[in-house]
Design a protein around this ligand. Structure first.
Ligand SMILES: Cc1cc2nc3c(=O)[nH]c(=O)nc-3n(C[C@H](O)[C@H](O)[C@H](O)COP(=O)(O)OP(=O)(O)OC[C@H]3O[C@@H](n4cnc5c(N)ncnc54)[C@H](O)[C@@H]3O)c2cc1C
Length: 94
């Protein structure tokens, strides 16, 4: 087959060593499990960027970082793990 160029996909392995050592839950695919507010399975630990899976682009990572920062800001004032009737972070990627 004739072609002008070829892209070779080498794959991607998320760098989750620190998360794993911290006991943060991962998805079956090896990414950090988190809820829509970027809260991981451990209260006070948040995720953003390529380690969450999905689109691996700079703009996505920075957007997720901003969302996580807003969650952190709100939860420093009012920790969700101390609120009654608050649903705990889901252990899955949304
Ligand atoms: C070859 C290539 C080309 C790309 N081109 C583009 C492009 O043109 N446009 C685009 O939008 N995206 C591009 N991307 C994707 C983009 O680089 C990533 O989506 C983006 O950098 C993700 O940001 P991040 O902060 O999640 O992770 P990273 O930028 O990977 O940052 C994670 C940081 O954490 C550090 N780290 C990891 N583990 C530890 C630890 N245990 N202790 C301390 N530090 C640790 C790492 O050293 C690293 O500095 C490209 C990626 C690659 C590989």
């Amino acid at each position: 087959m004739e072609t002008d160029a070829v892209f070779i996909a080498v794959g991607y392995t998320p760098t989750t060593d620190l998360a794993e050592k911290s006991g943060v839950a991962l998805t079956p695919e090896g990414y950090i499990a988190r809820d829509e507010r970027h809260r991981t399975s451990i209260p006070g630990i948040y995720s953003a960027g390529d380690v969450e899976g999905g689109y691996k682009q700079i703009v996505t990572a920075t957007g997720q970082g901003a969302e996580a920062a807003m969650s952190i800001f709100e939860e420093i004032i009012n920790p969700y793990w101390q609120r009654e009737n608050e649903e705990k972070p889901a252990a899955s990627v949304i």
